[in-house]
Design a protein around this ligand. Structure first.
Ligand SMILES: NC(=O)c1ccc[n+]([C@@H]2O[C@H](COP(=O)([O-])OP(=O)(O)OC[C@H]3O[C@@H](n4cnc5c(N)ncnc54)[C@H](OP(=O)(O)O)[C@@H]3O)[C@@H](O)[C@H]2O)c1
Length: 417
């Protein structure tokens, strides 16, 4: 083919080219597209760390940016504990883990069921984790899970009656880390433990969080406000959690070596982002698919979004000095709001969250006890009203089990004689 083209040009000259002006216009368009794509792709992580054998607990590791972080850390030999919505026996989780093990050549990938929309589910998992003696190894916690309500959709309450975005994006992390805190503090002093919080620049637009009660009010709710507020609360809590870790006096007198790092991955093409852009509707999905070039050009891939997480996980300088830094585009940035580091606000939010969790857990415990009692009573009345034929074991007798019983009875009688 190239020979044909060269021969054609040699014998018949070059075909007519468009005018220089047209060529300049086309070249400018290509340059703008390339520049935009280069800009939206974002920075790449160049930091490396030996992750072999390090235990990494991760939420949101089954989708989007979290999935990419999981795969990258697993490839480097980290032991992964995925906290998943579904139980480990779920077909999707089984397939997902098998595929991940095969792709990364790492067998040390497990799942534990933790529904982040349920305080009870978080407590069940976290208490089981800290009950281990000696304390289990834990090198990193990646808090990548999040949810959002697409614009135009109604406010969602969890089974426990909490606003879903607030619960999954903020309160779940507060509850999980509060319970896991002893296990984090019990890690040896030479272990560089990192807790990565996924945040988002939307926190800058958030209304104040106060003690958190505002997040439960229907009047104060809109999808974008709820999301931004949950991220701001998460950052305020993250700073307070760092102080809580720093204040701990280790029995061996060594300094604490656990650090919180906030990571803003930048806008990326993930299932979560797609849900937001499509408004969770079919027509929205059709629009998104018809304009996929725009999404491709303006948004990072999930792998691109994972870069700042990988930097936060592996950059050596983040394992020294004070914790509580914010990373975006693999660079350390300043916080855009002063309330993130305001100790008074943090105290108010911490106490408000503790109070809310205590109240909900107490109410839920009563509800579960009542449900159990009702169920047991139902079972009792059901067995009392059963005819002998309906009773358990009756079918066995009818199917010949009776003859068996008679035989064993006569055998027993003979033995007794
Ligand atoms: N994508 C962006 O443009 C962007 C920008 C800035 C910040 N971020 C932040 O980066 C993080 C990752 O974003 P993403 O877009 O990659 O997320 P995503 O694709 O929406 O994935 C969210 C993950 O959270 C999990 N999750 C949701 N609800 C859960 C629950 N109740 N219990 C347990 N797990 C639950 C999901 O599990 P299931 O699939 O099983 O529900 C999924 O693995 C988030 O914190 C997000 O706020 C993202």
């Amino acid at each position: 083919m190239p020979i044909h083209i060269a021969a054609e040009a040699f014998y018949n000259g070059f075909p007519n080219l468009p005018s220089w002006w047209t060529m300049l216009q086309v070249a400018t368009v290509f340059a703008v597209v390339a520049l935009l794509k280069w800009y939206s792709t974002g920075a790449s992580n160049s930091s490396e760390r030996n992750m072999h054998g390090k235990v990494v607990m991760i939420t949101g590791g089954t989708s989007g940016i979290g999935a990419s972080v999981t795969s990258n850390l697993a490839e480097r030999g980290a032991q992964i504990v995925l906290l998943t919505h579904q139980p480990p026996s779920d077909m999707f989780i089984v397939d997902y883990i098998e595929d991940l093990r095969e792709r990364t050549g790492n067998e040390m990938i497990y799942a534990e069921q933790v529904d982040l929309s349920s305080l009870y589910s978080i407590r069940q998992f976290a208490t089981k984790w800290i009950d281990n003696a000696p304390p289990r190894r834990l090198d990193m916690i990646v808090l990548a899970a999040a949810t959002l309500t697409p614009p135009g959709k109604p406010r969602v309450l969890t089974r426990e009656g909490l606003e879903e975005t607030w619960m999954v994006n903020y309160l779940a992390n507060f509850h999980l880390l509060s319970i896991l805190s002893p296990s984090i503090r019990a890690q040896p002093p030479d272990r560089d433990v990192r807790i990565l919080f996924a945040t988002c620049s939307s926190y800058i637009q958030s209304p104040p969080v106060d003690d958190g009660t505002v997040a439960m009010k229907q009047k104060e709710w809109s999808p974008s406000k709820a999301y931004a507020r949950s991220k701001l609360a998460l950052m305020i809590f993250g700073q307070a959690f760092q102080k809580h870790l720093d204040a701990y006096k280790r029995p061996d007198g060594m300094p604490m070596n656990s650090r919180v790092v906030f990571v803003d991955p930048g806008y990326s093409r993930t299932p979560g982002m797609r849900r937001w852009l499509t408004r969770g509707t079919l027509w929205g999905l059709a629009m998104y698919l018809s304009m996929w070039q725009a999404a491709w050009m303006l948004l990072k891939s999930a792998e691109g979004g994972a870069q700042s997480f990988l930097y936060a996980a592996m950059e050596a300088t983040l394992g020294r000095g004070p914790g509580g830094k914010l990373i975006k585009e693999c660079l350390e940035l300043d916080f855009a709001r002063v309330d993130v580091k305001d100790e008074k606000i943090a105290k108010k939010l911490w106490e408000g969250s503790e109070k809310l969790i205590e109240r909900v857990e107490r109410e839920e415990a009563v509800r579960r006890a009542l449900e159990k009692k009702e169920f047991e009573e139902l079972e009792r009345t059901r067995t009392q009203t059963q005819t002998p034929a309906e009773k358990p074991g009756a079918n066995k007798e009818a199917a010949g089990g009776g003859t068996e019983n008679k035989k064993s009875k006569s055998r027993r009688q003979r033995k007794a004689k």
